[in-house]
Every structure is written in structure tokens, then in C-alpha cells.
Design a protein. Structure first.
Length: 254
């Protein structure tokens, strides 16, 4: 990518090269997590939606239910095998585990047609207990599952979300796939999201959000307002990236 930013990436090669650069003990941990899932990825799966969950037992089932009525571009029910929901229940060793796993199991019983991959991670004192590290585990589990398939249906996309969302558009998945199909030279999208009206009515929250939006605009345009054409960073609470590019740039920071 440094020698030729426009090079065409081979997805499987990039993912394998990425894994080859990782610590073997980390790879073993990912494989153990995936083996506990006991379910292979469908050949028709095009993307995973990764959701880090830290003490989200009260929210996680409602969040997962937001994705159960996805439609294709024509308004017909979307094949649920097109995507997987991946949840990482994570917490430091000093924090007791909550009811996240039980709520995920309740969702699975209510919606057996929707694939939910569940993993649990208890951070040791030496590991960064950050949302970035959780997103790294989630994305890498998805890559591992994708790489284990012998056949795929097209570019594999990694989508990152949060566990406390309160609304998801019914064309969310199909719009992401369409965006990548119609923009073949674009490797990542910061997706649209908005705050609840009640939250924005709080002066302190509104002011903080206003400042944050300004910083994001500055990070992409600079002092003189020159358009950099590409975002300086992805808003990981709602973003999508081609898996080949994710692997090529080295994944998430911890």
C-alpha cells in the first residue's frame, strides 16, 4: 500500500498475511473463541456487525432486535444469512460479569433465523480494557471465520456498531452492500448516525457534541478548509470497511 496506494488487494492473502504478523498466543485465543461458537460462517455471508458489550445486559437484547427486520433494496425481507451479528461480552477481571450472555441466549431463542456469534473476554491487568481493543477482537474473530470458508459470495465487509443503539434503518445492511458495490474504489465508510432528541436537549451534552463535530471537521479539512477527500478517522460506533483493507493497514489499535 505504501509503494502503490491504488494496488488491488487479494482479500484472502491480505487476511492471511495479517494473521501471520500477529502474536501466536493471540491467534490461539481467537481460535478458541471461534471453536466455542460451534457454528461455521455461511457461504453467503457478506458482512459482520460487531458489537462490543461492556455491562450491556439491560440493552443488548433490544439492540440485537433492531437488526431482525432488514430489507433488500426492493423492500423484500433480506436473507438473514447475508450477515452475522458478533457480540463480545468484555469486562476487566475486577468487574463481575453481568447478564449479557443470558440476554443473547434469549434473543437466539426468539430469533433463530438471525445468526449471533457470542464471545466472552475478561481483560487481565496487563491488557488494555478499551473499546478499541474489544473492536479489534471482534473484527479479528470475523476475519478468522471468513478465512475458514472455502467459498465466499464477494468482498467481505466489517461493520462496527455499539451496544446501546436505539434505532437501525431497515435497509441498513443492504445500503452498506450497495455503497461498496457502487463505489469499488472506496474501502471504508463512516456511516450516518444521530443522537436522540432528548439527549440533544441537554445543554451540556449538546455543547460537547457541537465541539466534537467541529474537531472531526477540522481533522478532515485542516485550518485552511482544504478537502482531504478521505476521513482522517472512522467513527467506529457506526462504520464499515472492506476486510482486505482492514487487514492491509494492520487492524484496530489496542
Amino acid at each position: 500500500m505504501i509503494d502503490d496506494p491504488h494496488a488491488k488487494l487479494n482479500e484472502r492473502n491480505e487476511i492471511q498475511d495479517y494473521f501471520d504478523r500477529l502474536d501466536p498466543s493471540y491467534i490461539n485465543e481467537l481460535e478458541d473463541m471461534n471453536n466455542r461458537v460451534g457454528q461455521t460462517m455461511s457461504e453467503t455471508c457478506r458482512l459482520t456487525i460487531s458489537i462490543p458489550a461492556y455491562l450491556e445486559g439491560k440493552n443488548i437484547k433490544k439492540t440485537l432486535e433492531l437488526y431482525t427486520n432488514q430489507k433488500d433494496k426492493d423492500g423484500n425481507p433480506l436473507d438473514p444469512n447475508v450477515f452475522e451479528l458478533v457480540v463480545l461480552n468484555n469486562h476487566p477481571a475486577t468487574v463481575p460479569e453481568d447478564k449479557t450472555q443470558k440476554e443473547v441466549e434469549k434473543f437466539r431463542q426468539d430469533h433463530p433465523e438471525t445468526t449471533v456469534i457470542y464471545a466472552h473476554k475478561q481483560w487481565s491487568g496487563q491488557e488494555p480494557a478499551t473499546v478499541g481493543n474489544a473492536r479489534r477482537y471482534l473484527s479479528d474473530i470475523s476475519l478468522l471465520r471468513n478465512l475458514s470458508r472455502t467459498k465466499t459470495a464477494g468482498d467481505f465487509i466489517l461493520v462496527t456498531n455499539d451496544a446501546d443503539a436505539i434505532g437501525v434503518d431497515e435497509h441498513y445492511v443492504s445500503d452498506i452492500l450497495t455503497a461498496f458495490k457502487t463505489n469499488p474504489t472506496t474501502d471504508a465508510f463512516s456511516l450516518k448516525w444521530s443522537w436522540p432528541t432528548k439527549a440533544l436537549q441537554k445543554p451540556n451534552f449538546y455543547a460537547a457534541n457541537f465541539v466534537w463535530d467541529g474537531l472531526l471537521r477540522f481533522s478532515t479539512s485542516g485550518l485552511k478548509g482544504t478537502d482531504m477527500k478521505e476521513p482522517a478517522q472512522l467513527e467506529a460506533r457506526n462504520a464499515a470497511i472492506r476486510s482486505a483493507m482492514y487487514a492491509a493497514v494492520g487492524g484496530f489499535n489496542r
